[in-house]
Write a protein that binds this ligand. Structure first.
Ligand code: NAP
Length: 318
């Protein structure tokens, strides 16, 4: 089978198409013929030598790809929920080695759910790590309540565009930030208000925010603290906040998750699948690449300007 691997951390040029043996499923795993795989900033940061690189370096050459959608072609002996021919999707093995940039992948049964008939494999693959992150931020790591005023930074990005839709589904009042070119997109996702981070300083426009999803980190986090109400909640997605961030948050008695880490959950994925089926969330795919052009997909994410999601397709889907 075709797979995309890299032997050393570095630029997107390190991503090489290789021939690999089709893997065998363990007793609790299924073998999936992949149709679509989504690409996340954590893939890019890890390939560059950051994010999960130190954890995964023993596994070089490494095949990334945590977000997959495809068709079950074989099942381990103890698999109960799936059989050959089932269409499935999910975030597999995060934060461990996923091996998803490949034509076949083995995945634990518990990391997968049935793909709703109404969505394509590309849409399903798009609605995995990023959607789970937004769902877990609002329902697991924090508790977003009806009528909360929520500030979602990078509301046009992979996580952000799901976060806007999920926060609206949960009954919140949503303020989303992006540059002006994504204003209409963020409002179309359901945001009640949009702020252009290039045009104005959000710390001068907002106050009394109950809940914030912080995507930019560093001094941006401390600016977010300024607009929070006493006792509000911030879920911080990027790693690397310093002591001054903690001091600022403590001065306002905020509940802060300083570095949330999304985790596989069939229960949470089932909720995501239900929201997809009901149309309460809809992924936006801005670009699709063939699996063997994974390097170009990484370069696209590196711009930091992605709207929605970037997808890789295998021959099974093209
Ligand atoms: N901890 C976890 O479990 C976890 C899980 C998922 C993601 N993350 C992290 O969360 C961050 C966001 O992930 P993502 O997948 O949503 O990224 P993404 O899709 O690459 O985000 C791109 C978006 O960010 C917007 N943006 C860029 N700079 C901005 C700024 N200063 N203010 C507001 N918006 C800005 C861009 O809008 P414009 O083009 O309009 O500027 C673009 O639409 C990344 O650092 C990622 O690694 C963490």
């Amino acid at each position: 089978m075709k797979a995309v691997a890299f032997e050393k951390f570095g630029s997107a040029d390190e991503l090489i198409v290789e021939d690999r043996a089709v893997p065998d499923p363990a007793p609790n795993e299924v073998l999936i013929k992949t149709c679509a795989i989504s690409v996340n900033p954590v893939d890019v940061k890890t390939r560059q030598g950051g994010a999960l690189a130190s954890m995964l370096m023993e596994s070089l050459p490494l095949i990334l790809g945590w977000d997959v959608s495809g068709v079950v072609v074989a099942c381990g002996d103890s698999v109960k929920r799936f059989q050959s021919g089932d269409e499935v999707f999910g975030m597999i093995r995060f934060p461990n080695v996923p091996n998803g940039y490949a034509e076949y992948v083995v995945a634990p049964e518990g990391h997968l759910v049935a793909k709703p008939n109404a969505v394509t494999h590309q849409e399903a693959a798009a609605t995995t790590l990023a959607a789970l992150t937004a769902w877990q931020a609002f329902t697991h790591f924090g508790k977003l309540k009806q009528n909360d005023r929520v500030l979602i930074h990078a509301a046009s990005g992979g996580v952000g565009h799901f976060a806007v839709q999920i926060a609206k589904y949960l009954g919140a009042y949503v303020i989303g930030t992006s540059s002006a070119k994504n204003r209409e997109f963020v409002l179309a996702c359901g945001a009640d208000e949009h702020l252009d981070y290039r045009d104005a300083d959000f710390t001068k426009q907002l106050k009394g925010i109950d809940f914030s999803l912080e995507t930019q980190g560093g001094e941006h986090f401390e600016r977010t603290v300024k607009v929070m109400r006493e006792g509000g909640t911030i879920i911080n997605l990027p790693s690397g906040l310093g002591e001054s961030a903690r001091t600022a948050a403590e001065s306002k008695s905020l509940t802060v998750n300083y570095f949330m880490s999304v985790f596989p959950s069939s229960q949470h994925m089932q909720q995501i699948a239900s929201l997809l089926s009901s149309g309460d969330i809809k992924p936006h795919i801005s670009k699709t690449f063939r699996l063997d052009a994974a390097g170009d997909a990484h370069r696209e994410i590196e711009t930091g300007r992605t709207r929605g999601k970037i997808i890789l397709e295998t021959a099974a889907c093209c």
